[in-house]
Design a protein around this ligand. Structure first.
Ligand SMILES: Nc1ncnc2c1ncn2[C@@H]1O[C@H](COP(=O)(O)OP(=O)(O)OP(=O)(O)O)[C@@H](O)[C@H]1O
Length: 648
């Protein structure tokens, strides 16, 4: 039997890790020293001196005979073979946890922390993190194979999260044992779909300063892991996604229910258990119909149609529900990684890069995006890339140009119409663009040009997430990611009463302002990328003085204009020609370069003079002049004949 006053060895001989104790304040902002002194005399301070879960934990530790200033009993880490057995027992947990841990660590990288996965007994299965801190943590056996059960290591995030069955933060001297007070740890249990705790996720770091937001981060990671385990465990069952709001579907907080072929609920994540009032012990013994106004056949039908249904829960509250066939969730092995369309747009401009990074961060969070920028900066292209890089990429991207449609048509185009809704309408009616975007992304271009009356209707759709077709009919639930774009300032339009303020705030989850081409710092790289797209592998490039001049041009038509200019130039190249010179540029550009305000010199004059001088230097030998100018003989001849390039 273990000694009642366990951990008789003193920590005194060990190096003091730090002085976090001096700055320690518990939940009630109580000063540390008296609280700690109380513990050393064998009592636990009442709340608010210590958060209740920690006070309960200290109580348990004292009852178990642990001594705060002694060395924890914990014992040595498991030998490799035993650890492998533990890992093997928790194979699915470990496999699904790895990417989650890596993501978690990416969020705290640079804070000198580590991320830990422990099993349901508190045995550390995996740990990754800052090498320096990993070494420090090893000194107190916070490493793979070591057991951090509360019975052995006193109050600590892993052990106490297990004992309390919920997320805990144990900061500095809130650890029961003195020698662990250099740690600041946050842990959350991970549960299986039957409610049983499978393990614990933890972030541990140096204890200076209380980490303010890690609890949410660890809990969110725990939920992600739970849902991944759910999907793997119930891969062959029919699955129901549910949420009280349609935009909650596909998000972390959605309820997940697995239904077997007999219509029995065999799994439900925490959210689904709460939404449907299913106790974990009822799983496997409860029929879908008994908690939701639907059965397995209706679920299969819904899944085949790929739609969202609004159903009544047992307590009468409505829930949005989407079905998924089990086999479909299995990842086809060897599936090609889709090209990263957002990354492909990054050619080195810092402002654009920031926009793309922001877009990437919010694109799967259900936040509407508003793209702003001059005409031709690539708003539609960016919207398409956001869609192609996001989780909805397999569904439709529906683009509607609100400026291009007459006011009378845009309503029917967007909202659809019932059969025979108006003269000239299709007999069978039309679903409308909003419904076509269901499951995918809706891109509303030139939203600033939408008539005011339609703005009110659109706002209603965005709020209710339901569309009522023109001419009546039942509201139809819709779920799409929303990207809107405008080249005008919507804020100004709101001030001038041309745009509804409430719709503006609804659309403007995040505004990304794309830089005009003249302000971009990546002109050469951008030209290179476009030329590569236009003539793959041909090595086409701008002549240096053309490149220099074009880089300083004001580009009123932005990327649209640049793209058209380069496409025109490539079309003029003779076979084998790879250098774009003055002779390859469209005349209107040359004219603009000559008269526009941006260039320092008249490019047309420059081009003319250069050509004339070269031809003169070559004593009228056009072949030689063309070679020196980097253009073909026929191009030079054409330009000379057209009066451009000077008199030869
Ligand atoms: N990154 C890019 N690479 C190459 N070409 C581009 C790029 N972005 C835009 N373009 C070109 O510019 C054209 C206009 O782009 P896009 O329609 O995305 O701009 P926009 O800002 O939405 O314009 P508008 O405000 O006039 O609707 C595209 O058709 C394409 O030819």
């Amino acid at each position: 039997m273990r000694d009642k006053r366990r951990g008789g060895r003193s920590c005194a001989g060990r190096p003091r890790e730090d002085t976090a104790m001096d700055s320690f304040q518990s939940t009630g902002n109580a000063p540390l020293r008296p609280v700690r002194r109380l513990l050393e005399s064998g009592s636990v301070p009442p709340p608010p001196f210590l958060a209740p879960p920690l006070a309960r934990s200290w109580e348990r530790c004292l009852k178990a005979g642990l001594v705060p200033f002694a060395r924890p009993y914990g014992g040595d880490p498991l030998p490799a073979l035993r650890l492998r057995e533990v890992v093997e027992r928790r194979r699915a947990l470990v496999r699904q946890a790895r990417p989650v841990m890596e993501e978690l660590y990416a969020r705290v990288r640079g804070t000198g922390s580590m991320v830990i996965l422990a099993d349901d007994q508190g045995v550390v299965i995996e740990a990754l993190g800052d090498p320096e801190f990993l070494r420090r943590a090893e000194r107190v056996s916070l490493q793979a194979g070591a057991c951090w059960h509360e019975n052995d290591r006193g109050t600590n995030a892993i052990g106490t999260a297990l004992a309390e069955g919920g997320a805990v933060v144990v900061h500095g001297p809130e650890h029961f044992f003195d020698c662990n007070r250099f740690l600041s740890c946050t842990a959350a249990p991970v549960r299986g779909s039957d409610g049983r705790v499978l393990g614990v996720l933890d972030i541990s770091g140096p204890g200076q300063g209380r980490p303010p937001t890690l609890a949410g981060l660890v809990e969110t990671a725990g939920r992600t892991l739970e849902n991944a385990l759910f999907a793997e465990h119930h891969a062959s069952a029919w699955c129901l996604h549910l949420h009280p709001r349609v935009e909650g579907l596909g998000r972390l907080g959605e309820g997940l229910v697995a239904v077997n072929g007999a219509g029995q609920i065999v799994g439900a994540n925490r959210e689904a258990q709460a939404l449907l009032g299913i106790p974990p012990e009822a799983l496997g013994r409860i029929a879908l119909e008994s908690v939701l106004d639907t059965g397995l056949d209706a679920l299969k039908d819904l899944t085949r149609r790929g739609g969202v249904a609004r159903l009544a829960g047992r307590d009468g509250h409505s829930l949005f529900v989407q079905g998924q066939e089990g086999a479909r969730r299995r990842q086809p092995s060897g599936k090609a990684v889709p090209p990263d369309a957002l990354a492909a747009l990054d050619t080195g401009d810092e402002r654009l890069r920031l926009c793309l990074e922001r877009a990437r961060k919010v694109m799967d969070k259900g936040i509407p995006l508003l793209l702003h920028g001059e005409s031709g900066v690539g708003k539609e292209k960016v919207a398409a890339a956001i869609h192609a890089s996001g989780p909805r990429r397999d569904r439709a991207l529906v683009a509607v140009n609100c400026a291009a449609l007459p006011e009378t048509l845009i309503e029917a185009e967007l909202f659809g119409y019932a059969p025979g809704a108006f003269t000239g309408a299709r007999r069978e009616g039309a679903p409308g663009r909003l419904r076509e975007a269901h499951g995918g992304t809706l891109f509303l271009d030139e939203i600033g040009d939408m008539p005011l009356a339609l703005q009110a209707r659109l706002l209603r759709v965005l709020q209710e997430r339901e569309v009522v077709p023109l001419g009546g009919g039942k509201p139809i639930a819709v779920d799409f990611a929303l990207i809107a774009a405008s080249h005008r300032s919507l804020k100004q339009a709101v001030e001038q009463g041309r745009f509804r303020a409430d719709l503006y705030y609804r659309l403007n989850g995040v505004t990304l302002t794309l830089p005009p081409l003249r302000e971009r710092s990546d002109f050469p790289a951008l030209v290179h990328r476009i030329l590569e797209d236009l003539a793959p592998g041909a090595g086409v490039a701008l002549e240096p003085d053309v490149a220099n001049t074009l880089a300083r041009y004001r580009w009123p038509g932005n990327l649209r204009q640049l793209f058209n200019v380069l496409r025109f130039a490539c079309a003029l190249l003779d076979p084998g020609e790879r250098s774009i010179g003055w002779a390859h540029l469209p005349e209107d550009l040359i004219e603009d370069l000559g008269t526009g305000p941006a260039p320092d010199t008249s490019l047309r004059a420059t081009a003319d003079a250069v050509m004339a001088r070269t031809v003169a230097e070559c004593q009228g030998n056009l072949s030689e002049a063309a070679r020196r100018l980097g253009v073909s003989r026929s191009t030079l001849y054409r330009r000379l004949k057209g009066g451009r390039g000077g008199e030869a």
